[in-house]
Design a protein around this ligand. Structure first.
Ligand SMILES: C[S@@+](CC[C@H](N)C(=O)[O-])C[C@H]1O[C@@H](n2cnc3c(N)ncnc32)[C@H](O)[C@@H]1O
Length: 436
């Protein structure tokens, strides 16, 4: 029989709450966990049509020190909503509670316990469940997902993060080495001290050593330090998944994979290779196979972050021409500015921290971008383009819009929503605390 929780996992998170957070920081910044952004949830899980103003219930399962919890509670602060926090670790909960107090959030209900207890807890049904970086630490990921599903409403959605198989290869090599090397009865501090010594002594040929730059921030002194070292390399229960395994996990619970928010392009193999013949073959494959191959081709996906829904066809679509479009993330509120940057025939490069993209625009593209402020229905956008751009037809506008969408949406810069719902049925992301 599956255990309610793993003793060693609870011990770890009581001693080393993860991620490391200082509640005093709440007065200086809001951590935005993108999968929990309600505009994004709305797009992938509610066809862009959800009204979040009344009665929205969220569960943050394995909420840790509170990142997703705080972000959800902040977005729903002015709406009638309830956010339930559940975690095994009392030490993690104490930090999350301090963070919520620091922000004056009063819309959270606090529970200490296991995800496996959910079917019997009597906490009601939820519209949205966040479970990020947790299910792969349970004795049974499948059992954990079933427990979450037992409290999900019929039209509800989950955001799940699980470790990726190919992007963490060297981590599993290092975990195996440490398991062999460390005395079984060593305490947590002894394991960390001896583990760090071994890591420092490794030759340059070692697989983890070779890739250490990818992981170092996790356990550096100015990163998560010893907490990160233990979580990454010494965890007693750590399972990883590839794309086919994610589909299988979802299917076993009758759930649909609604998408990979913000990182859709990383699951498109055609964006990873340049050879036209290879691209053509990849493009001819069904979506789950394409996504599986993208993971293997890039082999850099350390985590999978995705939505699961009970109902199928929950993702918003350009075919719904009564919907509107909103430029988002660092482009929020900048649709007119963006349109002005487009010089027909010339490449425009947008720099956004460590990301950047280039597009070559035209007059149609300019006119389309101007209307991406979240209020104009797509059918009216087409009419405006035809009326204002000499020679443009509805078909040209449609084709151009699809091209822009395919370019901006997978990277998280463009979403579909009900006209006028931003700031009314959805939180107003132009408020100063949300500007990113
Ligand atoms: C890696 S942390 C992730 C925390 C948080 N979800 C985040 O993304 O920041 C894993 C969390 O899952 C919790 N956890 C592990 N097993 C659990 C279980 N069976 N039920 C509830 N929480 C659990 C741990 O206590 C820990 O706080």
């Amino acid at each position: 029989m599956t255990q309610r929780f793993l003793k060693e996992v609870k011990q770890q998170y009581e001693a080393l709450p993860y991620p490391v957070r200082d509640p005093a920081e709440e007065s200086r910044r809001l951590i935005q966990t993108i999968g929990d952004n309600l505009l994004v949830v709305n797009h992938f899980c509610y066809r862009g049509r959800r009204d979040f103003q009344s009665g929205f219930r969220c569960l943050v399962a394995g909420g840790g020190t509170g990142d997703s919890l705080i972000y959800l509670a902040e977005q729903l602060r002015f709406f009638d909503a309830e956010i339930v926090y559940l975690d095994l670790s009392e030490a993690s909960r104490a930090i999350a509670e301090q963070r919520a107090r620091q922000r004056g959030l009063t819309n959270i209900r606090w529970l200490t316990g296991s995800i496996m207890d959910l079917p019997a807890l009597g906490v009601g049904q939820f519209d949205y469940i966040n479970c990020s970086g947790v299910l792969h630490h349970l004795e049974s990921t499948e059992g954990g997902l079933a427990a979450l599903n037992s409290v999900l409403k019929d039209d509800g959605a989950m955001f799940i993060m699980l470790y990726g198989r190919y992007g963490r290869r060297e981590v599993y090599d290092m975990q195996a080495l440490l398991r062999e090397y460390l005395p079984r009865d060593a305490s947590i501090p002894e394991k960390i001290a001896m583990g760090r010594k071994l890591l420092a002594a490794l030759p340059a040929t070692n697989s983890f050593r070779r890739n250490i730059a990818m992981w170092e921030w996790e356990f550096a002194a100015d990163g998560f330090g010893d907490v990160g070292f233990y979580d990454l390399l010494l965890h007693s229960q750590d399972r990883c998944f590839d794309v086919p395994e994610i589909y299988a996990l979802a299917a076993a619970e009758g759930l649909h994979l609604a998408g990979f928010p913000m990182r859709g392009e990383r699951y498109d193999p055609c964006k990873l290779v340049t050879d036209p013949a290879v691209r053509q073959r990849l493009a001819s494959m069904p979506l789950p196979q394409r996504q599986a191959l993208a993971e293997q081709i890039s082999s850099t996906l350390r985590t999978h972050e995705f939505y699961l829904t009970r109902r199928d066809h929950t993702v918003a679509s350009l075919a719904d021409e009564d919907s509107a479009l909103l430029l988002f993330w660092s482009l929020l509120g900048r649709h007119r500015w963006m349109a002005e940057q487009i010089r027909p025939g010339q490449a425009f490069t947008y720099e956004d921290g460590d990301r950047s993209f280039s597009m070559v625009g035209n007059e149609v593209c300019r006119a389309l971008l101007t209307a991406m402020g979240g209020n104009t229905p797509i059918h009216r956008i087409y009419e405006q383009v035809v009326a204002t751009v000499p020679g443009a037809t509805r078909e040209v506008a449609r084709r151009e819009l699809h091209a822009i969408y395919e370019f901006l949406h997978p990277a998280g810069y463009l979403y579909i929503l009900e006209p006028g719902s931003h700031g009314t049925k959805l939180p107003d992301y132009l408020r100063s605390e949300y500007v990113c």
